[in-house]
Design a protein around this ligand. Structure first.
Ligand SMILES: [Zn+2]
Length: 238
């Protein structure tokens, strides 16, 4: 905010009756302007999401439908403990963390100790290019209004492509909960429950680092993988 050069002092304005009125000093009007554009732009780009809610909506209720245990797909997975039918809601869960890519770390550090421990117990993959918190975000996030959300239970579900998955999900941003619902007619007890992370096997490989073999897609071949190496899709090791 610079000082006003003398030549910028306005001339007096003459009223119709011949009297003069002093104009508003420029120094005062100069103070009225847009906020610091860097701050404004940043706020526009990342609207603050609702505060993170570290509690589980219904831990006791989901155990009637499924359990979390090791999966042949890797890491842990969710398995039906009884026969499930189309339309059954098997989980209603609040996020451990509802944030944006930009606010991940500060929001993570605001979590309670219990919620932080739950977050850090999620699958993180390997690598030292990114921090563990960032790796967990990358492997476990759901895209939701206002950014991304990470869940203690729902993030355990493994992937199957849309024609093979047996569970679908919807996020209710007003209530701030994710609901998982069975989307096949009958799912026998013991079946691994899966949701779709995406429809492109190339994106699945580049984002999550696995070659989908769910039975509902055409798996990538070794040749496909070789072609992806050296492109933006091939570099998933972090
Ligand atoms: Zn697939």
């Amino acid at each position: 905010m610079g000082r006003i050069a003398p030549q910028e002092v306005p001339e007096r304005e003459r009223r119709e009756d011949g009297s003069y009125v002093d104009q508003v000093p420029i120094e005062l009007t100069e103070l009225i302007g847009p906020a610091d554009p860097v701050v404004a732009e940043e706020e526009d780009r990342t609207p603050p999401p609702p505060p993170p809610s570290p509690e589980l909506a219904s831990r006791a209720s989901f155990e009637v439908f499924f359990e979390i245990r090791p999966s042949r797909l890797g890491g842990l997975g969710a398995f039906a403990v009884r026969e499930l039918l189309r339309g059954q809601t098997i989980l209603v869960e609040r996020p451990l963390l509802w944030t944006t890519h930009f606010r991940l770390l500060p929001d993570f550090h605001k979590l309670s100790e219990t919620a932080r421990e739950a977050f850090l117990s999620l699958h993180s993959g390997e690598g030292d290019r990114f921090s563990k918190v960032e790796r967990i975000k990358k492997l476990n996030s759901f895209v939701v209004p206002g950014g991304i959300a990470i869940f203690e239970i729902a993030s355990r579900f493994n992937h199957a492509c849309p024609s093979a998955r047996n569970v679908q999900y919807v996020f209710d941003s007003e209530r701030g909960v994710l609901s998982l619902t069975v989307c096949q007619d009958v799912v026998p007890a013991g079946t691994e429950l899966t949701i779709s992370y995406g429809t492109s096997t190339i994106d699945l490989y580049s984002t999550y680092g696995f070659r989908c073999a769910c039975g509902g897609c055409t798996p990538l071949t070794d040749d496909d993988i070789r072609k992806l190496e050296g492109t933006e899709y091939g570099n998933w090791e972090w």
